[in-house]
Design a protein around this ligand. Structure first.
Ligand code: NDP
Length: 419
């Protein structure tokens, strides 16, 4: 019996909302609040006759802390699920603290305007200290640790698939399969095809910024940074086949390096086709990925936001996307003095996801764990004062919930390793 305030109504949010509505015993009431209220109303109208969950909607600018605090105080949810954009993470955390409510999200904070001189100073200092230069990182949200602890509130960060499920896989491997883990390779494969020459599977601005940033990985206690897309491997993914994949910086590496200091090397690889990379390089070369506003016919235009307006909305890719995703982690280490290697992964079918909730598998594999993470917090299974990532709690109830709510996983012994 709980009440969840869900912020955002895009591709990921729509799956999280549909899943909460399937799980009415836990989520008896939800409020969908976003910048464009008509989208929330459309989703609520579509679902209302299919669920026992009571759905209400609200208009909110999540960057307006007083307005959001007032909405939270009025609705009185047990927790707030942030499935808007990473730009809003800190303002939503502030409002949760002001209203005394738990906080959950799927992606770590990054500033929207990376050319703001004040922000640039903090960023340059952080790059020097941290050793990597991606715009997104946990330092901003980990800085809320004491505030959440003192308030007796939980902030659960990054409960999507990656980050999210991949870190739960790491906690599960550590609990059940290893005495010590030596290496973790996180492999994110999308074998889906939407038929467009170029489109991103989740918010284009966030996706393109992530992919065009320098790559980095954790090795022997420090970061190794490499130029974007400069480490390429091939892997034969179950039910998808052979794919090229590239090493990226990814936020769960940061959390795993902090919370599992014995792990010697942690890397993240994502698959990309040549056409995607050619388009991205070209857009980058002509300045279309820039966040710096330019004057065009008397108007300020942010190139990457203009590009977002031109590209297909990821929420509309569902009916066109065919194929499967395969996302998981390969672990090596030791158990009872012997070498061991395992691969834990989930395979998800784009068309099956569309049949079930009207979305493609990228939104599905993020929205389902967003619902599960919220369930862990509101049911009290994962509720500790402070700021946490998903590797820091007992993985067993989360792993059970993945099987129950549409993301079944397998454990393969002795997989092929990535060199
Ligand atoms: P979308 O762009 O489809 O949706 C974002 C939603 O947030 C929209 O409804 C938008 O409103 C709303 N929004 C934006 N700004 C504000 C604001 N200031 N106030 C209120 N609402 C706002 O994004 P996705 O659904 O693709 O992605 C959602 C999140 O999921 C992102 O943070 C993304 O990084 C994360 N993600 C995480 C993954 C993981 O595995 N961990 C994988 C994929 C995504 P409007 O409709 O008006 O535009």
């Amino acid at each position: 019996m709980s009440r969840l305030l869900i912020i955002g109504c895009g591709g990921v949010a729509q799956v999280a909302i549909a899943k909460c509505c399937q799980n009415s015993d836990v989520f008896t009431e939800i409020c969908i609040a976003s910048r464009t209220k008509s989208k929330c109303d459309d989703v609520a109208n579509k679902l209302k006759d299919t669920t026992k969950t009571k759905i209400t909607t609200a208009q909110i600018d999540a960057e307006d802390v007083p307005a959001l605090t007032a909405l939270i105080k009025e609705y009185k949810p047990d927790a707030v699920l942030n499935v808007a954009l990473p730009y809003q993470d800190l303002t939503i955390m502030d409002a949760c603290l002001a209203a005394g409510v738990h906080y959950i999200d799927t992606a770590n904070y990054e500033p929207e305007d990376t050319d703001d001189p004040e922000w640039r100073k903090i960023y340059d200092k952080r790059c020097k200290e941290a050793g990597f230069s991606a715009y997104f990182d946990y330092s901003w949200q980990w800085a809320y640790q004491d505030k959440f602890k003192e308030a007796g509130l939980t902030a659960l960060l990054g409960t999507g698939f990656d980050p999210g499920v991949t870190s739960v896989f790491a906690a599960y491997a550590k609990k059940h399969y290893f005495d010590t883990i030596d290496t973790i390779d996180i492999l994110d494969c999308n074998g889906g095809d939407h038929g467009y020459a170029f489109a991103t599977n989740f918010n284009p601005e966030i996706n393109l910024r992530e992919v065009s940033a320098p790559g980095s990985y954790w090795e022997d206690g420090h970061w190794v940074e490499i130029p974007a897309m400069s480490i390429k491997r091939e892997y034969n993914f179950d039910q998808v086949g052979m794919k090229d994949m590239y090493l990226l910086h990814h936020e769960e590496i940061e959390a795993l390096a902090k919370n599992m200091p014995e792990v010697k090397r942690i890397r993240f690889f994502m698959t990309f086709g040549q056409s995607y990379l050619d388009h991205m390089r070209c857009l980058e070369d002509v300045g279309m990925l820039s966040t710096v506003p330019i004057k065009f016919q008397g108007q300020d235009i942010v190139p990457i936001q203009f590009l977002k307006a031109l590209l297909p909305d990821p929420a509309t890719l569902g009916p066109r996307t065919k194929g499967k995703t395969n996302i998981g982690c390969i672990f090596t280490g030791k158990k009872d003095g012997k070498e061991r290697k395992i691969y834990i992964y989930n395979v998800c079918d784009h068309e099956e996801c569309y049949k079930e909730v009207g979305s493609q598998a990228i939104s599905y594999t993020t929205g389902v764990p967003a619902m599960i993470g919220s369930m862990m917090v509101v049911s009290g299974l994962w509720k500790e004062p402070g700021v946490f990532t998903t590797d820091e709690f007992d993985p067993d109830p989360y792993m059970e919930a993945l099987n129950k709510w549409g993301l079944p996983w397998v454990v393969e012994e002795n997989p092929i390793l990535v060199d």
